[in-house]
Design a protein around this ligand. Structure first.
Ligand code: MEV
Length: 314
């Protein structure tokens, strides 16, 4: 029987985490150097089996399912139903180099890659927005009330200006290349828990939190113009200011602040946490490849356990 492969990249948020949940714009881009890859083999026995060797977990239909794989098992069932193939068995193997729980969109990427792999195995096609709609099913189980930005960027594999509930708009950089170094604190911080804490903080102090979200949203709109014009220095200022606001929202951590400080001291144009915060990754914008090497070394010295890079250009 036939086999299908699906892939999807990780992501970083340049501006707009948390505020995007409340309807403000955000800018996100894919990180092609961190990817989820899903292989699906069709079988005749009607069973869905999922193997994730990277996290040493396995789900077999009819047996207790590990929590991390349950949303994927249900998603695989939904895709099978959608194509009117409820009797077909699926042998799924999930691999991913995107660190889990670090704000790099690993759940969304795996979900998108799974949908694509099943489509390929069954020789069916879906439009990007249909892939996104299906993947959101699993994302809601992973994250509770996701804005949808992770799924949008990983499904489209391009930088987007995203507003919840609207069609994402692609972003192209002007003349310049925007180079980012991404550093992992090594601390797993589940998005669902951090988003819930922010929701509770907003319940206690709505006027203050809404003002901070409004400012982040405004900066996302400004940043879109800055990227279009190709002005990395201005983008750096926006990013560092966004980090200061996210600190006020209460989602930074000493480890994230230390990495942001190290990047700026090594000459980064700007730096901020990226994703839900409390742990996970931070990003630094650098001027050129020499600065990239310098900032990467400083981040490693300051305790980063993993480094990635990404570039946004025309
Ligand atoms: C997304 O990577 C990070 C948050 O903004 C949550 C969301 O948009 O669903 C914190």
């Amino acid at each position: 029987m036939s086999k299908g492969v699906g892939e999807a990249p990780g992501k970083i948020l340049l501006i707009g985490e948390h505020s995007v949940v409340y309807g403000h714009p955000a800018i996100a881009m894919p990180v092609e150097g961190a990817r989820a890859r899903v292989e699906v083999d069709l079988a005749r026995d009607g069973r869905i089996e999922i193997e994730a060797p990277d996290i040493a977990q396995r789900a077999v239909e009819g047996q207790p399912t590990p929590a991390r794989l349950a949303p994927l098992q249900r998603l695989a069932g939904s895709v099978r139903e959608l194509f009117g193939e409820p009797g077909v068995g699926l042998r799924v193997c999930v691999r991913s180099s995107i660190p889990v729980g670090r704000g790099m969109g690993s759940g969304a990427a795996v979900a998108v890659a799974l949908v694509r792999a099943i489509c390929a195995a069954l020789d069916r096609k879906l439009a990007d927005d249909q892939v996104e709609e299906l993947a959101m099913e699993a994302e809601r189980e992973f994250h509770g009330t996701p804005s949808g930005v992770d799924v949008a960027v990983t499904a489209r594999r391009q930088a987007v200006y995203f507003v919840r509930g609207r069609t994402p708009q692609p972003i192209a950089a002007g003349e310049s290349v925007f180079r980012f170094v991404i550093a992992d604190t090594g601390i797993e911080a589940p998005t669902m828990a951090v988003v819930e804490e922010v929701r509770l903080a907003r319940e206690r102090d709505q006027a203050r939190l809404d003002a901070l979200f409004w400012e982040l949203g405004l900066m996302a709109s400004v940043a879109r113009e800055i990227i279009r014009c190709g002005a990395p220095a201005e983008m750096g200022v926006c990013m560092s200011h966004a980090h200061a606001i996210l600190k006020e929202v209460g989602v930074s951590s000493p480890e994230l602040d230390a990495l942001v400080h190290a990047a700026l001291s090594a000459g980064a144009l700007g730096a901020k946490l990226s994703g839900a915060g409390r742990g996970g990754v931070m990003i630094a914008l650098v001027e050129d490849t020499a600065a990239e090497a310098r900032v990467a070394a400083a981040l490693r010295d300051a305790g980063a356990v993993g480094l990635f890079s990404a570039a946004l250009s025309r």
